[in-house]
Design a protein around this ligand. Structure first.
Ligand SMILES: [Zn+2]
Length: 416
């Protein structure tokens, strides 16, 4: 009797589970069928960009990172935007690679360890920014480029102090130290900083401010000659050679009237390209990851297509310029997105999500321009970073300056 009751309960549970999944899939179908892609301009051609100058000199590097953008995410965006026959702009980059993402301590990475690997060529622990597992300071591509006289920029849709941009200029034991990350960014001399996260730059006495040290880092950079655009209109007409544009207290909404990722990328390139010694620019589509964590398939499509518009902008410059290496990559996949079924037209897509966190499956890399052929094959984030350094003639890379304290000691000390 008891066993029979248990069996009945198990059968009931299985039924609930089974129909629950069908309902989930149906919701996804409905949402994806209704998704608006009017902000997106698909490529006029599905041909690969002509890679006529792979051996020539390299002046500039544009590294575009889709946070949480695995192959399922790009495939879904591809299908919704143009059906199976279409192509994303990023899929037109002629050289491709497959990139492992694991951290030093775990198979499944996070944006902090991945960014440290991509920016500094060193595997570190999850959550750590710009430090080796032993607490040593990791020189980043952005810092090395600055030392060579290149101009540098970070353009994101998250807070500018979030893990991915932080990994390019900051050195802190925890990605949560955004107050300290803002200080490192202010000191880094980065020419262009565009995105969200104003809160971490202004004193807590000001509405939205979070700084307990009372400093107004925005005013400090303004005093150093930085232009401070406050909205899309001011950004469009900004002429200063250095810009700090933080358009929300936290992450951007990625909706008008905010400047789009593509328009921020265009402005960054316009200004950075004036530097005769070249530039290093990192652009992040930060919120593909946010959508993955929320299991919001429609939002994954929107964020991936917004990111693809930034890739289009970068490629328009790189094709004309001929001296720019463009790399499109992800830091990891988020949500374990699986495409189950749908039509060749991209209609009636059925998808499911398999985890609330990231997955360890390697991500795609797409490359164009001088030096791009070196990026084909199966590699790790640290190899990508090391190859970019080599392409730019940055020697002695990766470079770790041994730290006096371990990460654990750094994390518990009040003064770094
Ligand atoms: Zn990430």
């Amino acid at each position: 009797m008891r066993i029979r009751r248990q069996r009945a309960a198990a059968a009931l549970l299985a039924l609930v589970f089974f129909f629950g999944r069908i309902v989930l899939a149906q919701e996804a179908v409905q949402k994806l069928g209704e998704i608006d892609t009017s902000y997106y301009t698909p490529p006029e051609s599905t041909e690969p960009y002509s890679n006529s100058n792979t051996a020539g000199p390299i002046r500039n590097v544009i590294l575009l990172i889709g946070d949480g953008m695995g192959l399922s995410e790009t495939t879904l965006a591809h299908l919704i935007a143009g059906g199976a026959v279409g192509k994303l702009h990023l899929e037109r980059l002629p050289v491709t690679g497959i990139v492992w993402t694991n951290a030093s301590d775990t198979l499944v990475t996070d944006s902090a360890a991945a960014s440290t690997a991509l920016a500094g060529g060193v595997r570190t622990k999850k959550g750590v920014i710009g430090l080796s597992p032993e607490g040593g300071r990791v020189l980043t591509l952005s810092e090395a480029a600055k030392q060579k006289g290149m101009a540098t920029g970070l353009v994101v849709t998250s807070s500018i102090t979030d893990a991915t941009p932080a990994g390019f200029v900051a050195h802190v034991p925890s990605r949560r130290d955004e107050i300290d990350i803002a200080l490192d960014m202010r000191k880094s001399g980065t020419d262009i900083l565009l995105g969200g996260g104003r809160s971490y730059w202004i004193p807590e006495s000001v509405p939205g401010g979070k700084r307990k040290d009372g400093r107004d880092l925005i005013a400090e950079l303004e005093a150093l000659g930085y232009g401070i655009p406050r909205n899309a209109e001011e950004l469009a007409v900004a002429k200063e050679s250095k810009l700090l544009g933080l358009f929300e207290n936290d992450a951007l909404t990625t909706l008008p009237p905010e400047p789009s990722l593509a328009s921020m990328t265009a402005k960054a390139i316009e200004i950075l390209a004036k530097n005769k010694k070249g530039f290093f620019l990192m652009v992040e589509g930060s919120e593909i990851d946010f959508a993955g964590h929320k299991h919001d398939s429609g939002e994954v499509v929107r964020q991936t297509l917004l990111f693809d518009m930034a890739v289009k902008t970068a490629m328009e410059f790189a094709e004309k310029d001929g001296l720019t290496l463009v790399i499109v990559i992800a830091d990891h996949e988020t949500g374990g997105l699986v495409l189950i079924d749908g039509k060749l037209s991209g209609k009636d897509m059925e998808v499911t999500w398999t985890t609330k966190y990231h997955t360890p499956t390697p991500v795609m890399l797409y490359a164009f321009g001088p030096g791009s052929l070196a990026f084909t094959g199966v590699e790790h984030h640290v190899d990508v970073s090391r190859k970019i350094a080599q392409a730019l003639g940055i020697t002695d890379f990766p470079r770790v300056t041994s730290g006096a304290k371990t990460i654990e000691e750094l994390a518990t000390s009040t003064k770094r």
